[in-house]
Design a protein around this ligand. Structure first.
Ligand code: PLP
Length: 401
């Protein structure tokens, strides 16, 4: 039985298996306990659909949800999500008032403190903040030398009833390379910063620094909570180590339907630039996805599964389409024609992996799933739902706008 068959036909679909999300959350929660798990659903849940994934993650035991932007967190509240929710990347245009009003925790590194306090003062509602220390990544986070005074300012506002310091957090730079020593240094700086804050009187609920690779490889990074993105989607953060080895199940299958199939002679050029020429008479099949759908233009050679066989993309990937060479003749225009057959780029049984597309693109699996565009329909299945109940079919119909 193939649960993907429950998905209604769509021309270009990213099918998300909510059972895989649930499995990954439970697996990772077990691994990191007693630390709690924040499910990171920024960037539309890495392309999987923020609302569906957030609901599923909370059902499966995620204690918190995390997004980069306040606007992403607000969309979850509007969608009915009431779980603890935190956003950590802001600009002068960010709507801190809306965040405070919607009970969204705000990660702050410095300048945001005054803006958040102004919002809290106006609403007469204390803001919930997590103070971020830069332990070495060099992006957001309060520099070490300013930390004590930053903590002091936050505590003064807390005294005034304008905010509550809920958490202390940081972010790791090289956790995907477990042999590197910089993580040790970052964890030491984090422990020092927590001690400074505690000595100053911060009574935090959660200390958090680990992302997926740290959750998997550094138990000493778990503290009170881990922030899990990639692992929840069932992918491995480690080069050279697959998802299955880590006990994770990839949640997304990206597929379409072959749009054309035709016989060509030897020497036929394929796609813009004519960089591929057929060596002998063959059959070409047209895969109707391209870089406007989020398939990287540089990923020539990327694998496509059709009819139980994997074919590499030949020639340039264009905006809307790409071509595979079937390496055989006599099928175009016959019942064996590939027109209408399902073409799977990644995910599902026997199909290529996201990691193979990442390799073909010179990128990482994070980017491949995140960049799938709005032209691709998202649909949802639940491979654990008992087939007889019909609930897999029911779930399959839900499509986010
Ligand atoms: C995106 C993000 C995460 C999740 O990272 P993964 O490697 O996908 O688990 C965690 N923390 C912060 C601050 C992030 O921006």
């Amino acid at each position: 039985m193939n649960y993907l068959e429950a998905v209604p036909p769509a021309e270009r679909t990213a099918v998300v298996d909510l059972a895989a999300i649930r499995h990954n959350i439970r697996h990772l929660a077990e691994l990191v306990k007693p630390a709690r798990l924040m499910a990171v659903v920024k960037a539309d849940a890495y392309g999987h659909g923020a609302l569906e994934v957030a609901r599923t993650a909370v059902d499966a035991g995620a204690a918190w949800l995390g997004t980069a932007h306040i606007s992403e967190a607000l969309a979850l509240r509007t969608g009915g999500i009431s779980a603890p929710l935190m956003a950590w990347l802001h600009t002068a245009e960010s709507d801190f008032s809306a965040a405070v009003a919607a009970n969204i925790d705000i990660g702050i590194s410095g300048w945001e403190l005054e803006a958040v306090v102004a919002a809290a003062r106006e609403l007469e509602v204390p803001a919930r903040v997590h103070l971020k220390i830069d332990t070495g990544l060099g992006r957001n986070g309060c520099p070490e030398e300013l930390w004590e005074s930053f903590v002091g300012q936050a505590l003064a506002y807390q005294e005034d009833g304008l905010l509550r310091v809920v958490g202390i957090f940081s972010h790791l730079a090289v956790a995907d390379e477990p042999q590197r020593r910089e993580t040790d240094a970052q964890l030491q700086k984090f422990r020092d910063a927590v001690a400074v804050a505690e000595d100053a009187g911060v009574d935090h609920e959660v200390r958090h620094i680990a992302n997926t690779p740290a959750a998997l490889s550094r138990p000493d990074s778990h503290f009170d909570m881990v922030r899990i993105g990639l692992g929840m989607y069932g992918l491995s953060p480690f080069p050279g180590q697959g998802a299955a080895e880590l006990g994770l199940r990839p949640a997304m299958t990206l597929k379409t339907t072959i749009a054309n199939c035709k016989a060509v002679p030897a020497g036929q050029g394929v796609s813009y630039g004519l960089h591929y020429k057929t060596a002998e008479p063959t059959t070409l099949a047209l895969v109707p996805m391209g870089y406007a759908d989020g398939v990287p233009r540089v990923a020539t050679g990327g694998p496509v599964l059709v009819d139980g066989e994997v074919f590499p993309v030949v020639g340039r990937i264009a905006m809307d389409q790409m071509v595979i060479d079937l390496g055989r003749t006599g099928i175009a225009g016959t019942p064996e024609s590939f027109v209408g057959k399902e073409a799977v780029l990644f995910g599902g049984e026997g199909a290529p992996s996201v990691d193979e597309w990442a390799a073909a693109s010179g990128s990482i699996n994070y980017e491949i799933i995140t960049r799938i565009s709005g032209r691709v329909t998202r649909s949802y299945v639940d491979s654990d739902a008992p087939a007889a109940s019909g609930s897999a079919t029911a779930a399959a119909g839900s499509v986010l706008p």
